[in-house]
Design a protein around this ligand. Structure first.
Ligand SMILES: [Zn+2]
Length: 388
């Protein structure tokens, strides 16, 4: 026998517990364990919602709820605008095995009318909503994650082989502020791998070329160019304004400088390095794992450490490693996934072997060990045997 709407609602009320907004507020204050599930449309959620609520529009509920809430014993409070959609959503979820679900009667409208706390997420322009739509679809990113990316400040050390792909993807992803430090100009021999630059920019400062490419890709990104060499004198003043430092440098003095400064400033350092066909990546996160000096206490003698200019490099390799650096940076910003903190990823492009080694902090490390001897920045050219 066909049921009318009233009969469907009456049935749902028999099966699903409803609480008033006052009761929900009391329950949340007594025990914060309930998952708040907002089943309204995305547009409604964006205009304001309960703090911490997960958005799962009614139309996608059955399709998405099992990945969003895998544990069917999770205590859940569902709400919509007025209490009807959430009641029906709760009934559908109960039929799927969710054992502990409550519907908030009166919904968000009653909650707001009662004067209880609500929050509004970052407001995206229509263009941003389209640009980042594929991120919005991922529960691990979503609108909140995208807002974090737009608010993030990342410093790229170098706009060369590693910095190019890394900055390009960070810009595409909507990382809102990208500082880029590089004192070099674009050279024809760079273009085999440094994809931020182009033929018509030979002779232009790399920072300026990088800025033009990034802004053509995504005008949301503010590029702050530093057309200078990173030194012991300027590094602390520059990195203090950034959340994460991406090290795409091509020489040992700068690598040790970035490592030491990031440790002293307590900033995560997303490391990448390349040699011919092999690359490495890691994340050195002060207080959460080893630093670069734990791995390599001493730099190699200068004649054992040829640069790309001297030893050559496969153009795709810095692309791979730089993109891994961008990926790690995005995960750090989002606070999602397992990062390369305490791990060294080694990529051999000739054999296609990828190994991830576990790293431990070295208690004898002169920087982050138990009895540190390096307490301020040093002369890194001298340390690397480059000053005669
Ligand atoms: Zn260390």
């Amino acid at each position: 026998m066909a049921k009318n709407f009233q009969q469907i609602m009456d049935e749902a009320r028999k099966e699903i517990k409803e609480l008033s907004v006052q009761q929900v507020k009391d329950l949340l204050e007594r025990n914060g364990k309930h998952l708040l599930l907002d089943v309204r449309e995305g547009e409604e959620y964006r205009s304001g919602h309960l703090e911490g609520a997960v958005s799962l529009p009614r139309g996608f509920l059955e399709i998405k709820v099992e990945s969003a809430v895998p544990d069917k014993a999770t205590p859940i409070i569902a709400y919509c605008a007025g209490g009807v959609r959430s009641l029906l959503a709760a009934k559908a979820m109960k039929e799927m095995g969710y054992q502990n679900i409550i519907s908030m009667s009166g919904g968000y409208t009653a909650w707001k009318t009662a004067g209880y706390k609500w929050v509004q997420d970052h407001q995206f322009t229509p263009e941003q909503a389209t640009r980042y739509s594929r991120h919005f679809l991922l529960p691990e990113v979503g609108e909140q994650g995208q807002a974090k990316l737009l608010q993030a400040k990342v410093l790229m050390v170098g706009a060369g082989g590693l910095g190019s792909p890394s900055a390009y993807y960070l810009a595409a992803a909507g990382v809102g502020t990208l500082g880029i430090i590089d004192n070099d100009v674009v050279d024809l021999s760079n273009l085999q791998r440094q994809i931020l630059h182009s033929n018509d920019r030979i002779g232009m400062a790399k920072t300026e070329s990088a800025k033009q490419t990034i802004q053509a890709l995504n005008p949301d990104v503010r590029v702050i160019p530093y057309q200078e060499k990173l030194t012991s004198q300027n590094i602390m003043g520059i990195i203090k304004d950034y959340d994460i430092i991406v090290d795409g440098c091509d020489n040992f003095p700068t690598r040790y400088l970035v490592n030491d400064a990031c440790f002293m400033a307590k900033k995560p350092n997303v490391h990448g390095s390349i040699f011919q066909f092999e690359g490495q990546a890691s994340v050195f996160y002060p207080g959460n794992g080893p630093c670069y000096r734990c791995l390599y206490p001493e730099p190699p003698p200068p004649d054992m450490a040829p640069s790309c200019q001297e030893a050559g490099v496969l153009g795709v390799l810095p692309g791979l490693i730089g993109v891994i650096q961008a990926l790690e940076t995005i995960k750090l910003i989002l606070g999602k996934g397992d990062t390369l903190v305490g791990k060294l990823l080694c990529f051999n492009t000739l054999t296609m072997e990828i190994n991830t080694l576990n790293l431990k902090r070295d208690p004898t490390c002169p920087l982050c060990g138990e009895k540190p001897t390096i307490k301020s920045l040093i002369d890194y050219e001298e340390f690397c045997g480059l000053r005669h």
